[in-house]
Design a protein around this ligand. Structure first.
Ligand SMILES: [Zn+2]
Ligand SMILES: [Zn+2]
Length: 135
C-alpha cells in the first residue's frame, strides 16, 4: 500500500505490528512521517483548495457524480491559486479525512460549479488532460 502511493492506509497499529515482526525498534527508528498524516488531518495542518477550477483539484466521476480529488496541502493558502485552504468539512465542520468526501456527512469537499448544460463526462476528461499536461 505504501509503495502504491497510499501511505495513509498504513495504520499506526499495522506499523507497530510490522516493526515487531521485522524486529525493528521504533524508538530507535522513529516511524516515518506518513504515519502522522491522520494526526495532521485532525489537527488541521492539511487543507484542500475549495476552488473546483484549481489545478490542485483533480475531477473524476463516481457513479455519475462529479467529485474532486484534492491535493492536500499544508499552510494557509493554496500554492496553485492562492485561495484560502479549507481545514475542515465545509458542510459539517468535521476534521478532514483523506479522499474527496467527508466521512462524517458524505458531502464532497469541493462543490462543483457547473451549470446543467455542461457535459460532465467531457468536462472531466478535458480537465484531467489539462491538469496532466501541467505536470
Ligand atoms: Zn487552489
Ligand atoms: Zn462533513
Amino acid at each position: 500500500m505504501f509503495e502504491s502511493g497510499k501511505p495513509t492506509k498504513l495504520s499506526e497499529e499495522f506499523v507497530k505490528k510490522a516493526a515487531a515482526v521485522l524486529e525493528i525498534d521504533l524508538a530507535k527508528n522513529p516511524a516515518p512521517a506518513v504515519v502522522s498524516i491522520t494526526a495532521a488531518f485532525s489537527e488541521g495542518v492539511l487543507g484542500f483548495c475549495p476552488d473546483p477550477e484549481c489545478p490542485s483539484n483533480f475531477p473524476y466521476l463516481v457513479g455519475g457524480r462529479l467529485v474532486y480529488r484534492s491535493h492536500l496541502a499544508a499552510g494557509k493558502h493554496c500554492a496553485h491559486c492562492g485561495e484560502l485552504l479549507e481545514k475542515r468539512c465545509p458542510a459539517c465542520g468535521a476534521p478532514l479525512n483523506e479522499g474527496a468526501c467527508c466521512a462524517a456527512c458524505g458531502s464532497g469537499y469541493v462543490t462543483p460549479a457547473l451549470d446543467e448544460s455542461v457535459d460532465v463526462r467531457r468536462y472531466v476528461a478535458e480537465r484531467q488532460s489539462a491538469i496532466r499536461a501541467l505536470a
